[in-house]
Design a protein around this ligand. Structure first.
Ligand SMILES: [Mg+2]
Length: 174
């Protein structure tokens, strides 16, 4: 019998790593690896979750297509996180096109992972700090955990759980 796997899909900017402070409370991201700081307790958290779940980064990086950042910069940060947090895989989308199926809020990255790694999406979680993460997770029937960082933007779908920082996800992941 093939056993399907459970996975926690983790957004990158604002979820695993800090983002620049902006006066408008708009989510932004850093470009360079040397600007990257992991959120508090993320290493311990991931090593704990890895006992029962696959862990995957899933991130939109449209600044590459907008010519505001290079693919190499994005890959350097992603590989650093993969190594540091022992992630099983990285899912990244560079498109700036809202219709792109693999760009959050669309669920393409999650369905791709389901197929490639035999993941049971219904028993998996999506964790992110933006409505895009929650919409993607909801469309793929994952359980969704929203990290509320007080951005000046509204949610579209209702998340299953809301937390204030990533460590609190442990309360909800069974
Ligand atoms: Mg984010």
């Amino acid at each position: 019998m093939i056993k399907t796997k459970r996975c926690i899909f983790l957004d990158r900017d604002g979820t695993l790593i800090d983002t620049p402070e902006t006066k408008s409370l708009k989510p932004k991201s850093f470009n360079n690896l040397n600007q990257v700081h992991l959120k508090k307790d993320v290493i311990e958290l991931c090593s704990h979750l890895k006992k029962d779940y696959m862990l995957m980064l899933f991130t939109n990086q449209p600044d590459v297509n907008r010519k505001k950042n290079s693919k190499v910069n994005v890959e350097n940060i992603n590989l650093f996180l993969k190594k540091k947090l022992c992630l099983d895989n990285i899912l990244v989308n560079y498109s700036d096109d809202e219709k792109n199926y693999f760009r959050k809020p669309n669920p393409g990255m999650l369905f791709y992972a389901k197929k490639k790694f035999d993941i049971d999406l219904k028993r998996s979680y999506v964790v992110g700090d933006r409505w895009r993460d929650i919409d993607a997770g909801s469309a793929a029937k994952c359980k969704t955990i929203f990290i509320d960082r007080n951005y000046n933007e509204k949610l579209n779908c209702k998340p299953d759980f809301i937390v204030k920082n990533i460590k609190q996800i442990l309360k909800f992941i069974k």
